[in-house]
Ligand binder design. Sequence first.
Ligand code: N01
Length: 535
Amino acid sequence: MIKKNNEIKLDVLIVGAGFGGMYMLYKLRELGLKALIVETGEDVGGTWYWNRYPGARCDVESIEYSYSFSEELQQEWNWTSRYSTQSEILKYANHVADRFDLRKDIKFNQRVISSVFKEDLNKWYISTSSGEIYSAQYCIMATGTLSSVKEISFNGLDSYKGDWYVTGNWPHHKIDFTGKKVGIIGTGSSAVQAIPVIAEDAEHLTVFQRTANYSIPAKNRKLTEEEVKKVKSNYSFIRDEAKNARAGIASTVYGTKNVFDISDEERNREFQKKWDYGGTDFNSAFMDIGFDERANDAAANFVRSKIKEIVKDEETAELLSPKTTIACKRLCADTDYFETYNKSNVDLIDINKTPIESLTTNGLKTSKNQFSFDIIIFSTGFDAMTGALTSIDIIGKDGVSLAKKWKEGPRSYLGLCIEGFPNMFTITGPGSPSVLGNMMVAIEQHVEWIIDCIKHMNSNGKKEIEAELTAENEWMDLVEIIASSTLRDTCNSWYVGANVPGKKRVFMPYAGGYQTYREKCDEIAKTNYDGFKIS
Ligand code: N01
């Protein structure tokens, strides 16, 4: 690196050392480009570095939630369970960083504060919290989709004297819940994973629920040596299947019938089969669950009936039974979530009926009761998909900021490039399938597309690529049309930004299926980057 007038010159600056950033760095090095990652954390792993709460696991099977780009890597690494723990995935991320010697090109403990495109120089100037200034032809945002934790803004937080933690930014040391009175706010995927584990040790756990969530038993288990061996000998087939699958997951078996094509008994058998198999592909039992309200209700009723079978107290079971459509929020995969409410040390509070008014010195107060806690856990989610990007002061052409451009919701061509922000790519950005499937498959596809694009630019002596406004508008219209043909926009999920006060309600990911999306991206690359201005 050349350090001149405080400016460190690079070809490419990557923001974030999660799985997206690490693979991007690896591929850029192959091209012989001078690339560097800037990462806020003190090590690699992204999501898996920050989300260390008890019970944190992946909800995509480990075999598939892994890189496919290196045959040696996939042969040497051994996953131990069907759904890996956070610590195992973090070990994997570290192994990848060591194996490919990535750390030497990663600056840890630095946050990117701003990224400004200088039109006269045709370069991005990136400033970090430690005062470094980098210049680069390309800036690649590998900032993650669920990485910007929602602000904790409960009244009286300052007055609370106990310990408090946030699931999405969990401490690196072990928290001992033994003999402690614990309160947890939120019942999304993170809380659904954390609650059963915390309830094992805590003297008492009180769960504050705003919206009940659908959850399917993960049926997690250890993988046998034979299974792992079989997968390894079959990996190329599995990876191909994943690349051509709707959600980027090879193991998902999609039903070929509609819910009401068959008898009640057959339908229940199908639902039961999915329930017994476990995991988040429950909705793929039938073709129309995500599109037809009546079909959706049948699937939802099946899950509600299971909750009522599991949870002994009728009132609690009713409260835990979701009232929204089942395909709307992301399904949770749990281990003993509903069973945990049968424990005598666990209570559930409906904060719609009795809202949280404020935190107090020793706990919190709802409109009905005072609760005292040694520990309060906020599992209140993320400013998903856009938060990590708009928290950086990104300034494109004509001095326009990304936050301003996205005020009425994110705009992007393919979730990869943004009009007015030349030579900037987003990995798994809004407008791409990203969070609607296997993130590892989505990441690899984006990284490889970006690499091909940079190769194309270099081999044609081109310096600048930017999405055209018309192409961006048409793409975002398509994203909206597809989403509105599904039931995805029928509740207040983070997919539509409804969990963040003041955020414009827009369905952010592309819901047309990963395979269709990949084909579209490939076609655009083949037609000399149709929809892009290249100069
Ligand atoms: O966040 P969430 P999460 N007062 O937004 C409640 C991924 N993930 O961290 O639904 C009271 O889903 C909120 O209530 P409501 C996965 O994609 C993956 O749990 O807004 N309550 C909700 O119950 C997932 O979807 C894994 O009414 C408040 C909860 O807090 C995504 O991350 C594991 C509140 C937030 O749930 C996010 O999950 C874990 C308030 N002011 C997570 N604000 C894997 O396995 C919010 N809530 C890979």
